[in-house]
Design a protein around this ligand. Structure first.
Ligand SMILES: CC(C)(COP(=O)(O)OP(=O)(O)OC[C@H]1O[C@@H](n2cnc3c(N)ncnc32)[C@H](O)[C@@H]1OP(=O)(O)O)[C@@H](O)C(=O)NCCC(=O)NCCS
Length: 200
C-alpha cells in the first residue's frame, strides 16, 4: 500500500529511514506523549520495521505503523499508526512527527489520508483516538481532521508513573471529513504493503 497526498507519501519503512526514526522517537518531547521511553533503541526500530512490512490490513489488535515521507525527496518526517479493533470494523489511530517538521500541516495531511484509506479502501465503520488533555498539538490535529470529541475519562490511565485523564475522539464513515484531499492524492496497493492514541 502506498498513499500519495499533495506533499507526502505514506509508505513502508525503508532501511534508510532507521536513523531518522530512532532520532525522533528519542526526542524526549515526542516520547513524553507516546508509549515508549527516550532514548529509543535501534533494535526496537528494526523489529517494528519488520512487523510494519507485513501485508495489510493487519490482524485485529495489532498496531501497524506507516512511514510518512516528504514527496519531494522521500525524507522520513514521521509516522501514522493504526490498530484494528477485535471486530475488525474500527481502528484506533496514532501519529508522530519529528519536531523539526511540526507546524506545517504534514500531520493533518497524513492522518486525513490514512482515515480516507481506512474508510474508503478498508471499509471501516469508525476510527477513534485518545490523547492526554495536556497535549494541545494532538487535540488540534484531531479536530482539524474532523474527529469529534466524545468524552473525557478521568484518571483512567496509569501513564509514566501517574494516573492521567484520557480525551477520546472519533469519526464515523458517513460523517463529514473537512480535510478532504483533492488533486493528485492517489492510493496504490501492492501485495506487500506498507503501513501506520498513543502508539507503541
Ligand atoms: C501531534 C503532532 C503530530 C501534531 O503536529 P503538528 O505539527 O501540530 O500538526 P500539523 O503537522 O498538522 O501542523 C498543523 C500546524 O501547521 C500549520 N500549517 C502551516 N502550513 C500548513 C499547511 N500547508 N497546511 C495545513 N496546516 C499548515 C497549521 O496552521 C497548524 O499550526 P498551529 O498548530 O499553529 O495551529 C505533533 O505534535 C507530534 O508529533 N507530537 C508528539 C507525538 C504525539 O504527541 N502524538 C500524539 C499522541 S496521542
Amino acid at each position: 500500500m502506498q498513499i500519495h497526498t499533495p506533499r507526502l507519501t505514506l509508505r513502508a519503512f525503508l532501511p534508510a529511514d532507521l536513523d531518522t526514526f530512532v532520532a525522533y522517537r528519542s526526542d524526549p518531547e515526542v516520547a513524553r506523549w507516546q508509549g515508549w521511553e527516550a532514548p529509543y533503541p535501534p533494535e526496537s526500530a528494526r523489529t517494528l520495521f519488520t512487523r510494519a512490512s507485513a501485508d495489510l490490513p493487519p490482524t485485529p489488535g495489532e498496531w501497524r505503523q506507516v512511514a510518512v515521507a516528504r514527496r519531494s525527496d522521500d525524507l522520513l518526517l514521521g509516522d501514522c499508526a493504526f490498530r484494528r479493533s477485535d471486530d475488525g470494523q474500527q481502528a484506533e489511530l496514532g501519529v508522530t512527527l519529528a519536531s523539526a517538521h511540526h507546524g506545517q500541516g504534514y500531520a493533518s495531511e497524513a492522518l486525513a489520508a490514512l482515515i480516507d484509506w481506512l474508510f474508503d479502501e478498508v471499509g471501516l465503520h469508525r476510527v477513534f483516538a485518545n490523547c492526554d488533555p495536556r497535549n494541545p498539538g494532538v487535540i488540534d490535529l484531531l479536530r482539524r481532521v474532523g474527529m469529534r470529541e466524545e468524552g473525557r475519562f478521568v484518571a483512567s490511565l496509569w501513564w509514566k508513573e501517574s494516573w492521567v485523564d484520557e480525551l477520546w475522539f472519533a469519526l464515523l464513515r458517513h460523517e463529514p471529513r473537512p480535510w478532504r484531499l483533492t488533486g493528485d492524492t492517489t492510493t496504490a496497493r501492492s501485495p506487500r504493503g506498507a503501513t501506520a492514541g498513543r502508539s507503541p
